[in-house]
Each structure stands twice: as structure tokens, then as C-alpha cells.
Design a protein. Structure first.
Length: 657
């Protein structure tokens, strides 16, 4: 498991993913020695692609290093929060909350959710200098490693190491932090999926160029300006910053139309004059002079001061009747010019009483959304979001500047359908999870699912490194988490928010939706465990059961189920093999526990023969629990017989370390 990944990572280079794609689709462009023939590649694509020699790209210190991080696999394992996950509201939930570094989280998600996520919303650190962003990574490369892997000289390798190890909040550090995460996130999206990214003035220009680089400039959908605050702190002497931005990119260019707000006439504002209300237009009871089309003053129902109510264009007119019960019309649709033409006709004007015409706005359907987001489209401010969040926590300010659920709901509903997955890998206070629940509860047809990833930032360390008002706020959050017996890490603020919000939504809506979530923790193995893995002798006849104890069977099983593409909600069936417990799911049988004997092999063979629907084609062994040679030989000798049975199965036996 970990040793296998470390061995693969050692041989990774910065362009491995790109080269793999080229080899798959353009094998003729590679020679026997593996070199790539660029001229042949140009010939292969020149009929459909305009080849240019113009150069324009985003460059920053550490970009090649960021590309290398994309190629490396995570060495973390996925540990299920068993107590939480077995609660009645969570055991069948399809929602997921992951506590861990989002770079690791994305690498795990790609194994099961590649091309399956319809929408990603993220609110990353803005790198303002006051938001706590400092780049540090966990990788322990040496200068010579980077020189070899990145083809750089010693000086540049050292500059990159300084950037990654000493902590930095520079623009290059922020871009280095964001680049691999966006590269991995792109692979999660469906071909018609989109990503929304919140940002402010400080990095919006860099983020735009970075996303052009990752997603392609042709896949830029647009930029929204969100009216975030009516009373922002006046940190600038030049301008008060009320606006933040939301960038949107699609995975691939498509013809999907975003479903935005409904159309309104300019004289029918959606806030002050709600749609589809009935209005009466009362015309004068006597004839007045008015100017006809030819400029001649005529006598008619209204005069130069027109009628007392302003008519809207493109109306559905339902006419009433006058006091003499003479029907004016039944029901018809007129434009403003048509209505005025009809009113000019004297045959329509010979009515002695008031003429009452009732009308309502037509239902025009949705239009593409405007690029300004404020209360007119139902989106509130960060102050409003902060008040609502504080209400959930009994008045405690647990999170600064949370995004309102109305903003996220407004964005995701441009694109999502009833069963889509929404991912937020900067989970923060949990706004995205609450948004999904609100959206599902408001519609009988929706069954959206969310996956959140949040770094378990140690709030005690944050407290030590803070001062002034922030220190006081962090202390209050720590005390609160302790009072409810929660770990004092930032991810548990999000977890508690989701639990409290789900209870509130359930009480208010009485909806029957998925209010629960599964919780998983990403863990780096302890150094002692890694040392035991490193010194384990595969050829030895003695397995090391202590390694499994260090990891835990449930952690190994959860990590492998996700690794094999079954996701984080797969429930493997326990299989009794004459006293030995195996784990069966779909086409895989996992043998993780030690003490697997010949009798257990026989019991496994008998299950294959006796149970019609028991057909695992892959038997996966946790190598540290077995004597690899003897066990695999026993399995191969017994299971190869199945090739000649009615099931005609070819069993693959794989040992993982």
C-alpha cells in the first residue's frame, strides 16, 4: 500500500500524466526508445488545430514543482470515523466530509470520482496578508532530487526548497499552492461540469491566468461581481471594497445554457413589483383629447397625459367587463403598440363607464444570469451569513466572513441536476453542505450529494500565533469545542455546523432527505510504522501483524475500496471463510487479516462453487499479514480450477504493501 506508492512516486516526473495521454492517443509519435517525435505530432493534428509560435503563459517560481506534485500519489490512508458513520442518520448517507489536506483529499477522490463531479465550489485563501495563508508542504525533497526531477540547476532548486519549506505568502507561493489543486480538481469534473472560485482583488488577476492555464482560456465562462458587504471595513483610503468575485470555468466547451433569474420588464422590478401580480388599469370615465399617430388631436378614452397607470410591454391581458356587463375581450396577448392601436379605435371608446383591464406579467422562463450578484437575485451579504451562522452556535462567532448559502445556491443551480455531486475542497465553515441540504429540502426532485474536504487546522496553534481580537475569537471557539467534547481543530467547526444546520432545516421543512454524512480522516502513517514497512522482508516466512494493528483493518479496507473505484460509501460484505473474515465487494475480495490457512483457502474455493452470485475476480492480499509465496501458491493452485467450471472465472491475485 504505502511502500507501493512510494516506489511509484520515486520514478515520477513532471509530465508523466501528459505523456500517458499522448501515448494513448498518439502512439505513432513515439519511437522505440520512448522519445517523442514533435514533427510527426504536428502532422497528426495540423488539419484541425492552428499551430502558432506565439508565446503567452503564466510563469512563477515553482511551477514545474507544482506540476510534479500533480504526478505524485498520496501516501495518506483513509480512516473512517466509525462511531459517527454508524449513527442512524449517517449509516446510509451518500454525503462525505473528509478531514485532511485537500491535496491528499483530491488525490484520493480521483481514484473513485474522476469525471463524476458536476459542480465544484471553492472559497480558497485570498492571500491578503491577514487571512493566515502561509505555504508549507510536507514533501522532503533534497536539492539533488529537484535538480534531477525538474531539470533545474542547484540555485533554482534551492530557491524552490526555500519557498516550500520556510513558509511564504508571496504570489508565487500562493500560485504554487493553488496550481496542483486546480489540476486535480479539473479531472474530477464531468465533461459538462463547472468550477466556481470565490476570490477578492488581491489574487483575482493571478487566479484568472492560472485557471486559463489549467482549464484553457476557451473554457472561461465568466466572472461575477458579488456585492459582499454593505459596510466593509474601510482598509483603503482610496476605495471602500464592497465587491468580491466569482470566476467560473467549464471542463469542456459546451452548449449548456445557465439557468439564471427570470426575465422582467425594466418597469417591473423583481423586488419592488413581484412577478405575476394582478394589476388594474383604470381608464378615465370621460373622453379626453389625445395625439394620434398622425399628430392630429383626437377625442378618445385617454388624452395627452395618457392613462393613469403605466402599461408594460409584452403583457398577457385579461380584460374585465364594464358596469353594463358588455364584454370588452375575453383573453389575449398584446404588445404595447397593439394595445394603443386598439384604444385609438372609436368603436372601443363608446363606453360610458370606467374600463378596467386586469393584467399580469407573462411567464418568460429563465434567462442567462447577469454578472452582478446582489439582493435583486436573492443573494445576501457576508454580514447576513455571519449572523445566521452565529445563530446556529448560540450567538458565538465561530468563523469570520462565511459565504452565504444563498450565494452558493444561486451559483450551483445554474448547472446541477437532481442527482449531481457537489465538491468543496476548502470546506471552511460548511456553507456548501448546508446549501445542498437547503436545495434538496426545497425540491422533491433533487437528491444532490456533497463532498467536503477541510484541513484539520490545530486551533491551539492558531491561538498561540494570533493576537488582539483574533486571539479572543479563537479562544472562544476552542472553549466551545471543548464544551461539546469535540477535538479543537477547524474541521470540527464545519462538522458541528452541518449537524446543527441539518437539524434546523429538518424542523423547518419536515423534508425527507439525506441529512447525514460519512466522516473520514486522512492520516499519514507514523514513522515507526513506515520503518516497519521498510524493513519488512517479503521472502520471510513470518508475517508482521503489528503493521496491520498500526493501520487498522477498517482503514486498509476503506482505502482499498476507494483505490479500486468503489468510492467512500461502499459497504463491503464480511465473508466467513471457516473462521477467517474476508471482505467482499463487487469484483474484489480483500484478505487483510493474518492467520490465513489452507483450510481457509478450501472454504473460499467452496464459496465460489456453491454460491451463484459470489464471483470476485480479484483477490487482494495485505502483504504484511501473509507469507506471500506460500499463500499465493495455495490460492493459485485451488482457484485456477475455476477456469474450467461453469463460472469460467480467471482469478487475479494481487499482493499490496
Amino acid at each position: 500500500m504505502i511502500k507501493d506508492i512510494e516506489a511509484k512516486n520515486e520514478s515520477k516526473s513532471i509530465c508523466d500524466k501528459e505523456i500517458a495521454v499522448l501515448k494513448e492517443y498518439f502512439p505513432a509519435c513515439f519511437s522505440k526508445d520512448g522519445s517523442f517525435d514533435i514533427e510527426r505530432f504536428k502532422e497528426a493534428i495540423n488539419e484541425k488545430v492552428d499551430i502558432t509560435k506565439e508565446g503567452y503563459e503564466l510563469k512563477f517560481l515553482g511551477k514545474d514543482y507544482a506540476k510534479l506534485l500533480v504526478s505524485l500519489d498520496t501516501t495518506t490512508v483513509i480512516t473512517p470515523n466509525k462511531k459517527h458513520n454508524e449513527l442512524p442518520e449517517n449509516k446510509d448517507s451518500k454525503n462525505v466530509y473528509i478531514s485532511g489536506d485537500n491535496l491528499d483529499g483530491l488525490q484520493h477522490l480521483l481514484k473513485s470520482y474522476s469525471n463524476e463531479v458536476k459542480c465544484i465550489y471553492i472559497d480558497p485563501p485570498y492571500n491578503t496578508g491577514s487571512d493566515g495563508f502561509v505555504y508549507n508542504d510536507k514533501f522532503s525533497f533534497k536539492s539533488e532530487d529537484l535538480q534531477r526531477k525538474l531539470s533545474v540547476d542547484e540555485d533554482e532548486a534551492q530557491r524552490i526548497l526555500d519557498l516550500t519549506n520556510k513558509g511564504s505568502a508571496s504570489h508565487s507561493a500562493w500560485l504554487l499552492f493553488m496550481y496542483p489543486r486546480l489540476q486535480l480538481a479539473r479531472e474530477l469534473l464531468t465533461m459538462d461540469g463547472v468550477i466556481f472560485l470565490s476570490i477578492d482583488d488581491n489574487e483575482v488577476a493571478n487566479l484568472k491566468r492560472l485557471c486559463d492555464d489549467v482549464f484553457g482560456a476557451e473554457n472561461f465562462v465568466g466572472q461575477w461581481n458579488w456585492f459582499k458587504s454593505a459596510t466593509p471595513p474601510n482598509l483603503s483610503k482610496k476605495i471602500k471594497k464592497n465587491i468580491e468575485y466569482v470566476l467560473c470555468y467549464q471542463r469542456r466547451e459546451n452548449d449548456i445554457k445557465f439557468q439564471g433569474i427570470r426575465k422582467y420588464s425594466s418597469s417591473d422590478d423583481p423586488i419592488t413589483k413581484p412577478q405575476n401580480t394582478i394589476k388594474d388599469l383604470i381608464f378615465p370615465p370621460k373622453t379626453l383629447n389625445f395625439s394620434g399617430k398622425d399628430g392630429v388631436i383626437k377625442t378618445g378614452i385617454y388624452g395627452t397625459d395618457k392613462y393613469p397607470n403605466e402599461l408594460l410591454n409584452d403583457l398577457t391581458i385579461s380584460c374585465g367587463t364594464n358596469e353594463n356587463e358588455v364584454a370588452f375581450r375575453n383573453k389575449f396577448t398584446w404588445t404595447q403598440p397593439k394595445l394603443e392601436d386598439e384604444l385609438e379605435k372609436e368603436t372601443r371608446m363608446n363606453l360610458s363607464k370606467n374600463l378596467v383591464i386586469s393584467y399580469k406579467k407573462a411567464d418568460y422562463g429563465a434567462e442567462v444570469p447577469p454578472n452582478f450578484i446582489n439582493e435583486k437575485v436573492g443573494v445576501t451579504t457576508t454580514e447576513n451569513a455571519g449572523r445566521k451562522l452565529a445563530e446556529l452556535f448560540n450567538g458565538l462567532n465561530v468563523f469570520d466572513y462565511p459565504k452565504p448559502t444563498s450565494l452558493i445556491q444561486y451559483l450551483i443551480n445554474f448547472i446541477v441536476d437532481e442527482d449531481d455531486i457537489i465538491v468543496d475542497f476548502f470546506g471552511g465553515s460548511g456553507s456548501t453542505a448546508e446549501t445542498v441540504m437547503i436545495d434538496n429540502a426545497s425540491s422533491e426532485d433533487k437528491n444532490l450529494k456533497y463532498i467536503l474536504v477541510q484541513l484539520p487546522e490545530d486551533l491551539n496553534e492558531t491561538y498561540k500565533n494570533s493576537s488582539g481580537q483574533k486571539k479572543t475569537k479563537v479562544k472562544a471557539v476552542i472553549d466551545f469545542l471543548k464544551s461539546i467534547n469535540r477535538p479543537t481543530t477547524l474541521d470540527y467547526v464545519g462538522i458541528e455546523r452541518i449537524i446543527r444546520a441539518s437539524k434546523k432545516i429538518k424542523e423547518e421543512t419536515k423534508a425527507d432527505i439525506d441529512f447525514g454524512f460519512k466522516h473520514y480522516i486522512l492520516n499519514e502513517p507514523e514513522q515507526n510504522t513506515l520503518d516497519k514497512c521498510e524493513t519488512f522482508d517479503k521472502a520471510s516466512l513470518i508475517p508482521d501483524g503489528s503493521i496491520l494493528e498500526d493501520f487498522g483493518a477498517e482503514t486498509v479496507l476503506t482505502t482499498w475500496l476507494n483505490y479500486d473505484g468503489y468510492g467512500l460509501n461502499a459497504n463491503a460484505q464480511e465473508i466467513d471463510l471457516n473462521g477467517y473474515t474476508g471482505y467482499y465487494y463487487d469484483k474484489h475480495l480483500y484478505l487483510i487479516n493474518p492467520d490465513f490457512t489452507k483450510e481457509n483457502v478450501v472454504a473460499l474455493f467452496e464459496k465460489y462453487e456453491a454460491i451463484r452470485d459470489f464471483n470476485p475476480e480479484n483477490v487482494i492480499l495485505f502483504g504484511y499479514s501473509f507469507n506471500e509465496w506460500s499463500v499465493t501458491e495455495m490460492l493459485e493452485q485451488n482457484l485456477k480450477i475455476l477456469n474450467d467450471t461453469e463460472k469460467n472465472l480467471k482469478i487475479n491475485i494481487n499482493v499490496r504493501y
